[in-house]
Design a protein around this ligand. Structure first.
Ligand code: KIV
Ligand code: ZN
Length: 382
């Protein structure tokens, strides 16, 4: 039986930190409701102590959604945890997400403390948060660069203190997939009572590896992935939700499943992109404008013979428009003939050869040939 992977969406926290992507409370509620319909398990709604606006958004999102767990971020400080607990007051299902740096880099140069004190502070934060909620997630910031033996001690200590989920972030997006996978495996093999908590992967995309690292984590025992719609987030972004959902769906051999309704992926992507004023790159996997567009002659010919020659996902499975054949100077006769037939022209082979030459001349001048251009091309023959 497939093992369930929990999808923890942080579009409204890590994603919303992106300059220019800030949303007001009403917009955040729209996104939270869309995430609920999409089927995410956890919505990280904000960092309540960071501003009154963020606090208020966590309150309102807590009131607005029923199914997903609503989560609020804190540092490992009582004042942050008090604020998160208060903001989550109305949530039907709630989680406090607290944590602290775990790499020597963060311990020495950011926190200016010692490994022992960091564990002490983390344990105290988990115990304090458990006074307010039953579900406490602990993040070991910069775990991708932490000494793995120390990381295991930290994970063990916070599980013993009552953490229900332990987040292993590759905060700087530094690790390679097999390194991140080995890191998770080391924790699964060496942390006492690791099965009492869910191990979570939170990967950043500085080297373009956020999704690959998250999948490597899942293959080695992690059961929660932290991700954002369209992969938005600090710097180069976070693991992209739509990629994780479709990798898991497209590869049953992984033995995993999510609760995501994949047909809502493109509509949710469109909503987030427009509200955050953050365009999605055309070649973005799953949700980009070109994700199901075929433009070269060889691909178009193969696609027209059998869709799966060049498509591994049915666009309707992700809520995208039907696949398209884009006519350019790289297109062949097969694509041209297909489009002409679709818009009502029947040509003999000789006619097609003639029209194809004119089509190439036109396509060399214009980037893309639309139906109106084809009608212009066909006018002398009608
Ligand atoms: O990237 C990171 O380490 C984070 C933590 C706050 C979870 O976003
Ligand atoms: Zn992050």
């Amino acid at each position: 039986m497939a093992k369930r992977v929990f999808i923890f969406d942080t579009t409204l926290r890590d994603g919303e930190q992106v300059p220019g992507c800030q949303l007001n409370t009403e917009e955040k509620i729209r996104v939270a409701k869309a995430l609920e319909e999409l089927g995410v398990d956890v919505i990280e709604a904000g960092f309540p102590i960071s501003s009154p606006g963020d606090f208020n958004s966590v309150v309102e999102i807590s009131k607005a959604v029923k199914e997903p767990i609503v989560c609020a971020l804190t540092r490992a400080k009582e004042m942050d945890i008090d604020s998160a607990a208060e903001a989550l007051k109305y949530a039907k299902r709630k989680r406090i997400h607290t944590g602290i740096g775990s790499s020597d880099m963060h311990i020495q140069y950011k926190l200016r403390t010692t490994r022992e004190k960091v564990i002490e502070q983390g344990v105290a934060a988990v115990k304090y948060a458990r006074k307010f909620v039953d579900d406490v997630e602990f993040f070991c910031e910069d775990a991708g660069r932490a000494d793995v033996v120390f990381l295991a001690q930290m994970v063990e200590a916070v599980i013993a203190a009552g953490a229900t989920v332990v987040n292993i972030p590759d905060t700087t997006g530094y690790t390679l997939p097999w390194q991140f996978g080995e890191r998770i495996k080391f924790l699964m093999d060496n942390v006492k009572n690791v099965d009492k908590a869910i191990i979570s992967a939170h990967c950043h995309n500085d080297l373009g590896l956020a999704t690959a690292n998250a999948i490597a984590a899942l293959a080695n025992g992690a059961r929660q992935v932290e991700c954002t719609i369209n992969g938005i987030g600090e710097r180069a972004g976070n693991t992209s939700l739509e990629e994780v959902a479709m990798i898991i769906k497209s590869h049953p051999s992984l033995g995993l499943e999510t609760g995501i309704n994949t047909k809502k992926l493109v509509p949710t992507s469109d909503l987030v992109s427009s509200l955050m004023r953050m365009p999605v790159q055309a070649n973005k996997a799953i949700v980009g404008k070109n994700a199901f567009a075929h433009s070269s002659g060889i691909h178009q010919d193969g696609f027209l013979k059998h869709r799966e020659n060049y498509e591994i996902i049915d666009p309707s499975d992700v809520g995208a428009d039907a696949s398209s054949i884009v006519l350019t100077a790289r297109s062949g006769r097969a694509a041209l003939s297909h489009r002409l037939t679709t818009i009502g022209y029947q040509l003999s082979k000789e006619q097609l050869d003639l029209v194809y030459k004119k089509f190439l001349d036109m396509a060399d001048q214009r980037k893309q040939i639309e139906d109106a251009d084809l009608k212009e091309l066909m006018a002398p023959y009608c």
